[in-house]
Write a protein that binds this ligand. Structure first.
Ligand SMILES: NC(=O)c1ccc[n+]([C@@H]2O[C@H](COP(=O)([O-])OP(=O)(O)OC[C@H]3O[C@@H](n4cnc5c(N)ncnc54)[C@H](O)[C@@H]3O)[C@@H](O)[C@H]2O)c1
Length: 329
């Protein structure tokens, strides 16, 4: 399966396409010759940002609507060959503050979308953006797909429902669905305005403002980080590979401690400092501790593995934000 040619002249729908990962995917799909439609409600609490489409706005169709709007979904899904399903509430802390919003987007909305696909376009190829948050606090490392699922926050629970709906629609309705359990993703076009979505976005915010990076806890926590280009590659490989249907795959990368990540970021930036601070109220209880994923299954079955080094990825991300910071800070 050659992803360099398979998307040419094909219709692809991206839910959540105004956001971080979706907008990077839209660019890549356009490069590959696809016809791209974005479905997004431009949620101001999310990473949605019109500037993410800078330079490609005239080449994509944008449907501004909610994932729970069945009439608009029906219009969007018809005639599409691929559906990259990235619309989601991804704030862990937000899911504890507003649990029903999180549930409605990540579970109810996903079920509505799948029902619309089943009724109007059952042959569509779907990849769902799942999350490693469904595992909760790991009992062993690296975490493989067989690890027990004990999410620690509402977001992990709702995302688990969302991924299982996709798997059920494969098993019961023979639909072509696949779930990627993504880990921390970084790169250009992510929300860095505040600490609502990702800590790495918040680190960039502080660095760009000349403030010290804040490490919550003691910095020894281990995580893995995928550059968005690698995540886009995984999405494209899975959508177009029949072997991936009905499967759940971890993404992942080499593990690194937060302290080392902060040091690397400062080194790449050429200046800056970090401070170790206590977890903000509410965060400690939902922190998953150490995590890194075993991605050998997707490597074996789909041929995916990460290629972008952290050093290079952080460098190009910094360059992007220095150039466009007025649109993100
Ligand atoms: N970024 C990460 O590190 C990461 C890690 C694991 C999983 N994920 C998953 O990947 C997906 C994309 O993440 P992202 O980082 O690009 O987030 P993002 O917030 O930048 O993008 C999400 C997009 O979904 C849209 N959206 C939210 N609610 C919607 C609704 N009700 N109807 C229509 N659109 C809606 C938002 O407007 C936004 O543009 C999410 O589902 C997230 O759970 C991301």
């Amino acid at each position: 399966m050659d992803i360099e040619t398979i998307y040419e002249n094909q219709k692809a729908l991206i839910t959540g396409g105004l956001g971080f990962i979706g907008s990077n995917l839209a660019r890549k799909l356009l490069d590959l010759g696809a016809e791209v439609t974005i479905y997004d409600n431009a949620d101001p609490e999310s990473g949605a940002n019109l500037f993410n489409l800078e330079g490609i706005r005239h080449r994509v169709k944008v449907i501004e609507a909610d994932i729970q709007d069945e009439a608009r979904l029906t219009e969007a899904v018809q005639g599409q060959k691929y559906l990259f399903n990235l619309a989601g509430e991804m704030s862990h802390i937000g899911s504890m503050q507003d649990p029903f919003k999180d549930l409605n987007v990540n579970a109810v909305g996903q079920l509505k979308l799948l029902e619309v696909c089943r009724m109007t376009n059952p042959g569509i190829n779907i990849v769902f953006a799942g999350t490693r948050q469904v595992y909760g606090r790991p009992t062993y490392l690296p975490v493989d797909e067989k690890h027990l699922l004990t999410p620690l926050d509402n977001n992990g629970v709702s995302k688990r429902a969302g991924e299982m709906y996709h798997i059920v629609y494969n098993r019961v309705h023979d639909m072509a669905t696949c779930v990627l359990r993504m880990t921390n993703t970084y790169g250009p076009r992510m929300r860095i305005r505040d600490a609502r979505l990702t800590f790495i976005g918040w680190w960039f915010h502080r660095l760009l403002r000349g403030r010290p990076i804040q490490i919550f806890g003691d910095g020894s926590q281990i995580r893995d980080f995928n550059h968005v280009d690698d995540v886009v590659d995984a999405l494209l490989r899975c959508a177009s590979n029949a072997l991936a249907h009905g499967k759940i795959y971890n993404l992942g990368a080499e593990p690194i401690s937060l302290l080392h990540l902060a040091q690397l970021l400062i080194d790449v930036h050429g200046s800056g400092r970090y401070e170790v601070v206590p977890f903000p109220e509410g965060r400690k209880r939902i922190d998953i501790g150490d995590y890194y994923g075993d991605y050998s299954l997707i490597k074996k079955e789909v041929g995916w593995q990460p290629h972008v080094s952290l050093r290079h990825g952080l460098k190009t991300m910094l360059e992007y934000y220095y150039q466009h910071k007025e649109h993100y800070l």
